[in-house]
Write a new protein. Sequence first.
Length: 66
Amino acid sequence: SKKLIREGDFEANIAYYCLHKFNMLPSQFLALDRQEKAFIVAAIEIKIEEDKKREKELKKSTRKRR
């Protein structure tokens, strides 16, 4: 539910990300075994870190052009 996602429930947030980025239904994510869930969580964390790094570099390069 929206409340779980907005209040920061970890598993609900991962299921939300999977739905929007991988077109994976929350029930599909929840049905995975512990190791598969852990892999997906680690992959998502790496992706988010890389996206933040790229965004930071982009902002930095945009400032230099001014």
